[in-house]
Write a protein that binds this ligand. Structure first.
Ligand code: TMP
Length: 215
């Protein structure tokens, strides 16, 4: 399906390790835009559509999930992304909405490419195929040390950790470093905020960056 050209809509993606505080900050940023009378669409990856939520279930909760190879994982994330882009994100951008996405293509670059060690070229090609011409206008990486991220995960876990959450410290260190390297290589699109600050401080930093970058 060809994607229509964006109009005045903006896509802002949030990235970071588990427990970095993305959902809290997405809700806070949404409130700023709503106060300014902008339509806000919040979505998440994998998920955001019925098909995407089913794919999420296969990836993170499938009891056989431990046997899933990295290539399959990459393609499933990409499939969920292709769906949410065409079903939710592109139409919202055409309407002029602000779309806030909890994770987007950088998650695959970092988790599957860097942490799972899949070759960068196919990951980039598959990412491009999934998103079509829909790229984030701004990406906010909320950076927290692995120790903090894992401690937060432990505190909030109401039941058994899912398949991704069972990864070890080494994996999460690669994820964290991966995001920092990516941000350095794309300073025009990606900003990093310190996720160990208070929620209010982080909110202010993000809102200031959004206003400065997106005018
Ligand atoms: P979440 O719990 O932050 O919503 O993300 C689900 C898990 O999926 C999380 O461990 C990150 C992982 N993930 C990838 O490995 N690759 C991807 O492309 C996406 C979107 C998520």
């Amino acid at each position: 399906m060809p994607l229509k050209k964006k109009s005045t809509g903006k896509l802002i993606s949030f990235e970071g390790s588990e427990g970095s505080g993305k959902s809290t900050q997405i809700a806070r940023l949404a409130a700023h835009f709503q106060k300014a009378h902008r339509e806000v669409v919040s979505t998440r990856e994998p998920g955001g559509t019925e098909i995407g939520e089913q794919i999420r279930n296969i990836i993170v909760h499938n009891s056989k999930g431990d046997e899933m190879c990295a290539e399959t994982e990459l393609l499933l994330f990409a499939a969920a992304r292709a769906q949410v882009v065409r079903e939710v994100i592109a139409p919202a951008l055409v309407r002029g909405a602000i779309v806030l996405s909890d994770r987007f293509l950088d998650s695959s670059t970092v988790y599957q490419g860097i942490a799972r060690n899949l070759a960068a070229d196919p990951v980039a090609q598959i990412n491009r195929f999934a998103v079509g011409n829909v790229m984030p206008d701004l990406t906010i990486v909320i950076d927290v040390p692995t120790k903090v991220s894992l401690a937060r995960l432990k505190r909030r876990a109401s039941d058994l950790p899912d398949r991704m959450e069972r990864e070890n410290v080494d994996f999460y260190n690669k994820v964290r470093d991966g995001y920092l390297v990516l941000a350095t290589s794309m300073p025009g699109r990606i900003i990093v905020v310190d996720g160990t600050k208070t929620e209010d401080v982080i909110e202010k930093k993000i809102w200031a960056a959004v206003q400065a970058r997106l005018k």
